[in-house]
Design a protein around this ligand. Sequence first.
Ligand code: PMP
Length: 388
Amino acid sequence: MKARKLLMIPGPIEFEPEVMQAMGVPTPSHVAPNFIESFGNSLELMKKVWQCPSGQAFIIAGSGTLAMDLAGSNLIESGDNALVISTGYFGERYAELLKRYGANVDILRAPVGDIVPIDEVEAKLKTKDYKLLTFTHVDTSTAVLNDPKPFGELGRKYNVLTILDGVCSVAGEEIRQEEWGIDVVLTASQKAIGVPPGLALLVASQKAMEVWKNRKTPVCNYYADWGNWLPIMDAYEARKPSYFGTPAVNLIIALEVSLKIILKEGMDIRFQRHQRIASAFRSAIKAMELDMIPVNEKVAANTLSAPCYPEGVEGGSLLQEITKNGVIMAGGLLADIKSKYFRIGHMGSVNQSDILSSIAAIESALLTCGYSIKPGIGLNAAQEILNL
Ligand code: PMP
């Protein structure tokens, strides 16, 4: 019997064997010609995945929080006004982060499981001169999805820089950064990008780069300062050696492999696959009569789902049973409702059998925990969608 369990948490996800092979190559010098080629290719491929041909790509060793920090520290100067749209845990994190750089932060908070209506965002933008607006494409704590397009429109209309936290969305949810006019789209390697944790990735618009270039005060974060990194990204894109801080060499070699896999599948097909798998999964959850954190299908993410534990079933025991059934899922994250729900990641290389195994593991765990459902009811509902 396979000892390995299926990892279905919302990052890190299961990685493709080719990506893991790339992680295992003997580490070259960070200025070796073949590594320079990998780094340069990765920067170019990112702009295709982000759909932002004229953007400035950055690849820097660190986690998704560093990607948030890169946008925050480079674009905020003390006293700037920033608006944070919060749909959960990561919106709150962005507000705290921007305050550290001296921003006056206003937060618009969505009710748990919902989004902030876009007309409320617009009304707030009319009240003062904001320099920057952040929103979370998919908040991993609530599985709530924001539609980025209207944020891009508002950013242009009110001349506000828009920052999309795409840690749980890039390469899984539809993003057309340039067409939609989003100024920064940031992510990390370990989710739908499909590379082990350790890379902060972002693409900034030329407008964002101009705002940064015209700063009056130094960036208050030495490691994150684009002034240190822009020459390095430029050099690698020009296929020239350069150094500021040692790059995460093997992760970048693996990133090139993964970005090629993503683009080979095709962005539109990839988005549709995520939508189909997510919709099958949600259909199974509904058939099992479990509630979900997102209040409706329109605001439900395609990269992860957040079902509630049924009445009378203790969360910890259910997750333990699911693990015994060979699948690893994640508990709740949002402090106030943490013990009420769990989370399943379905992004990146996820396929039909992963999702069916996950549903079967939940069904059987629910039965073991004394929740009465007809065995197979979730699987049937999912298959109806998967077989369409
Ligand atoms: N934003 C979102 C939406 C996330 O899901 C995460 C990670 N779960 C982060 C930011 C922070 O990323 P990291 O844990 O890699 O620092």
